[in-house]
Design a protein around this ligand. Structure first.
Ligand code: AMP
Ligand code: MG
Length: 424
């Protein structure tokens, strides 16, 4: 078990530890030190296990394939009967179709009509493709040049009995569900879901269904966060909107931390008068850092309240999503038992837009990765990049990541993109 207090003490002694302006990479590293994955697990029916994290290896109880079988439609023969380069005529002794094997064993001078997937009969060791034979009633004439064992799939070739078919720590995808079923296994052991409680903070917020008064806005962060957590297969606990009132906030913090493994809030982490989140975190638990050298998403508090991890995300809707995908996602996957935690796919493509960027912080601009008429992939920016413009995120299919030292970007420059499709 990690000792969070010890980790925090070690951390504050490090030379480059500045909780007031943490570089992106350092912040990820710091969070990772505090994460101890869930260990409780239970059994789940294979259908219900989609998206769940395997808590134990799945070991194959059988050979896959179970029998030597044919990879082609043709004839199963004894290699010893085939002439090196001349023709030979064999008697067709029967058939071996998928699910209906040939009963008995091949004798010298015999072959068996076999279809793809058919069990190779005893005595046969070679498959001759049907395109390479001439048939005449119950006789076939086969030309030369065959290899012993050709077009034959061996029992246990894909998986031998006792071999690990799927490793602990993966989240099950449809292919995995199929693979488990192909082994005749009906239940698997999966980790319990991570419980994540979240709420929005702000006097100006109303939930959908209420009528905003003058100066009030609809809460969107709670709905975005709900969506992002659901995609990560977490158990979600929506605690609503909490006013900028230290008494109400303290209660919400305590309730959330008592009920969940992770608490996520949005808003109230900057330095405005009504921004109580950081102070409360310090009062009720430990603040590990509260600012990151990034744009958008500079105020991001990370700490602990009792056994719960706490992420205080910024209030601006785009900053919420950027900080979630850059920090919270990996932490939640690690805590959920994913091992290894899969990275978001990142690669370089030419940028089709001019990008404004000042050195000093890592920027995550919202981009559209698309193919030009010549078939080459490039990325353009999704218009205005203000951190309150959620449409810039909604239109995006990737983040354009501009490193700390990077200045303005001119069209044609290679930039890093991180693909969101299929992930968000
Ligand atoms: P704050 O960090 O609380 O000062 O919030 C920064 C900006 O984000 C303000 O303009 C807020 O109105 C806005 N904001 C905060 N929380 C939300 C929310 N849940 N939904 C939409 N906008 C929000
Ligand atoms: Mg606020």
């Amino acid at each position: 078990m990690n000792d969070p207090s010890q980790s925090l003490r070690d951390l504050s002694c490090a030379d480059d530890y500045d909780p007031n302006s943490m570089p992106v990479g350092k912040a990820r590293e710091v969070i990772a030190r505090f994460l101890t994955p869930v260990s409780a697990a239970g059994r789940a029916h294979v259908r219900a296990a989609l998206g769940r994290v395997l808590a134990e290896d799945v070991v194959s109880p059988l050979d896959v394939p179970a029998h030597d079988n044919s990879a082609m439609d043709g004839y199963a023969a004894r290699f010893a009967d085939l002439k090196g380069d001349g023709e030979v005529t064999l008697k067709v002794a029967g058939t071996a179709f998928a699910g209906a094997p040939f009963q008995g064993s091949l004798k010298a001078g015999e072959c068996v009509r076999i279809m793809t997937g058919g069990v190779v009969p005893g005595g046969a060791d070679t498959i001759v493709m049907q395109e390479h034979v001439k048939t005449d009633r119950d006789r076939v004439t086969i030309g030369g040049s065959h290899k012993k064992g050709q077009h034959l799939r061996r029992a246990g070739e894909d998986l031998a009995a006792g071999q690990v078919a799927l490793k602990r720590g993966i989240a099950l995808r449809p292919a995995d569900i199929g693979l488990i079923s192909s082994l005749g296994i009906g239940e698997v052991t999966v980790y319990r879901k991570l419980r994540v409680a979240f709420f929005s903070t702000g006097d100006e917020l109303v939930s959908i269904g209420s009528q905003p008064k003058e100066g009030q806005i609809f809460d969107s962060n709670r709905y975005t966060i709900h969506g992002m957590l659901t995609r990560l297969d977490c158990e979600v606990l929506d605690l609503g909107v909490v006013r900028d009132d230290p008494v109400l906030l303290e209660k919400a913090f305590k309730d959330a931390a008592a009920a969940a493994d992770v608490v996520i809030t949005s808003g109230g982490v900057s330095v405005g008068e009504a921004d109580f989140v950081k102070d409360l975190l310090g009062k009720l638990g430990e603040v590990v850092f509260w600012k990151i050298a990034m744009k958008p998403g500079r105020p991001l508090a990370y700490g602990r309240i009792g056994a719960a991890h706490f992420f205080g995300l910024p209030g601006n809707p785009v900053s919420v999503m950027v900080t979630f995908y850059q920090f919270v996602r990996d932490a939640l996957l690690k805590l959920s038992g994913r091992d290894p935690v899969p990275s978001l796919p990142t690669f370089k493509v030419p940028c089709a837009s001019t990008l404004k960027k000042a050195p000093g912080r890592t920027e995550f601009q919202r981009g559209v990765l698309e193919r030009d008429p010549h078939g080459t992939w490039n990325v353009r920016v999704t218009g205005e990049q203000g951190s309150g413009i959620l449409r810039s995120m909604s239109e995006a299919n990737c983040f354009i990541i501009l490193p700390t030292e990077q200045g303005n970007v001119t069209p044609g420059t290679l930039v890093d993109v991180q693909v969101l499709e299929g992930i968000v």
